[in-house]
Ligand binder design. Structure first.
Ligand code: ADP
Length: 258
């Protein structure tokens, strides 16, 4: 009997090891594919503004020789806009150094979360090229949270940016904030394109972007939510998503107050 049990155990262990191996290979393959599409995206995204600025500089030189101030200013404006775009993209990639977002180097300062949200709203609306309304649901409780302000600000910006990017021309964002059992619960909902529930887990993975066959050709690297999740995790919090295709999406963050 002992021998039979031992054999069964060995066989099960072998099957388990084999399944684990397959799973690991599958995961590695997936990651390699995601990485490849990231590098492709990235190369393309970085090349475009650089080429535009180079062309604009040539034009400035040309119009400068003719003393055409108006044209020179126009191309200066274009250069400025493209460089700003480039700087934003670099900032996104730098943020991704999420291994750096560890509990060790996380700041723990008392933060006025409402103020942080209000700043986030201002920045999001300023940069948006759409008609964006961001409203708070009900009256906001004045909540103080012990957290890392810079990272939390980035988290809020990422959620607002996504809500705007993955929506039509009229964007309605609703922000909810409450305290429950020592946790701060923050929700950001939009009336955008929505996410198929089969991707709810994947969207938090580095480099993952929902494949939509260019239905909504939106630029991005698939880094934002991986960063958001990492920051929330380092604050001992959780994040979850709910969404209905064609209706909208809500992200719900829950972070301990202390
Ligand atoms: P990026 O926006 O650069 O692609 P993210 O990590 O921020 O990267 O998001 C991952 C993917 O999740 C996006 O490509 C998009 O498909 C989906 N997504 C994120 N936020 C939303 C949202 N508010 N509405 C619809 N889809 C979203």
């Amino acid at each position: 009997v002992v021998q039979v049990l031992l054999s069964i155990f060995l066989i099960l262990a072998l099957i388990g090891a084999f399944i684990y191996l397959l799973w690991t290979i599958n995961r590695q393959n997936k990651l390699a594919l995601l990485r490849k599409s990231f590098v492709n995206n990235m190369t393309h995204e970085l090349k475009t503004p650089v080429a535009t600025v180079m062309a604009a500089l040539e034009s400035i030189q040309r119009y400068g020789a003719r003393d055409d101030k108006e044209k020179m200013e126009q191309y200066l404006r274009i250069s400025h806009r493209e460089l700003e775009h480039l700087a934003n993209m670099i900032e996104k990639v730098l943020q991704l150094d999420i291994d750096e977002v560890t509990g060790v180097n996380l700041r723990r300062d008392p933060i006025d979360i409402v103020q942080l949200l209000e700043e986030g709203v201002e920045i999001a609306q300023l940069g948006a090229k759409k008609n964006v309304s961001i409203d708070f649901v009900g009256s906001l409780p004045r909540l103080t949270l012990v957290a890392d302000a810079a990272h939390l600000k980035n988290v809020i910006s990422n959620l607002f940016d996504n809500a705007i990017k993955y929506s039509g021309d009229t964007v309605k964002i609703q922000v909810g904030l409450k305290e429950e059992a020592g946790m701060v619960i923050l929700s950001v909902s939009d009336n955008g394109h929505g996410i198929d529930p089969i991707y709810f887990k994947d969207i938090f993975e580095v480099f993952f972007r929902v494949p939509n066959g260019n239905l909504h050709p939106v630029k991005g690297f698939g880094l934002g939510l991986a960063y958001v999740k990492q920051v929330v995790k380092q604050h001992r919090g959780t994040i979850r998503v709910d969404s209905v295709l064609g209706k909208g999406t809500v992200f719900i963050l829950s972070i301990p107050k202390q």
